[in-house]
Design a protein around this ligand. Sequence first.
Ligand SMILES: O=C(O)CCC(=O)C(=O)O
Length: 260
Amino acid sequence: MKLSAENISQFNDQGYLFFPELFSKNEIAKLQNEVPSILNRTGPEIVREKHDSKAARLAFGVHSYSNPFEHMLRHPRMLEPVKQLLNDEVYLHQSRLNPKYGFGSGASWDWHQDYPPFQYIDGMKEPKCIMATVFIDDCTAVTSPLLVIPGSHKYGLFESKLHEDAKGKGYALHHIDNTLLEKLANESTIEPLIGPAGSAAFVLCTLVHGSANNVSPWRRAVLYMNYNAVSNACTESSRPWFQNNRDFTPLNSLGDDCLE
Ligand SMILES: O=C(O)CCC(=O)C(=O)O
């Protein structure tokens, strides 16, 4: 997929792009079929919800143990736009599946930027990293969609604190304080990313985003793939491979029919 000049200018201005139904129902069914076995894993790559230890909050490194997810990582509709936006070859820094279970099990995500742990812990020099997002389930107004603040990336890296819930949990969420959030939201707005399964978004790693807990009865699973520019490869190695992938080999696209 080739982005237009208008797409690129919108990305530079808003900090993200959204494409409803970028993948067909058949293509996305290949990934949906994998979700139960992925979430039954018991290794350190699976982070559990604080208030429901049976429910997975995140499955890190999902591209490395599921073929359809590995194909999604190298799908031209995901990889080529990322390369175009970063104007570089890219490798995968981190992949994660967030199942966001219903009935309140899928807990909220405080407002944050993805970049602080990448910089502070993993040694990523610059925010030349994109969170490519694929909806595995429908994301609607009632399933606590991902919320973004358009244009918030223009401020660069905000001061943030390590979230209490994240300490010692194998992931590092730095949340943004309420005063700053109010200022950003009033200056811009808050946009929900809503669309059927198969929709996709490209989000710069400094864009402020978050979500509420999912009190609907429906699961709302989303795949996140953080691609980093090869020229911006991380220098530290304290986190495990599934949070800080040390393989900087540039990714090549598969065929457009790789999920059919
Ligand atoms: O999917 C969500 O609800 C939020 C996840 C998120 O913000 C993240 O993984 O960075």
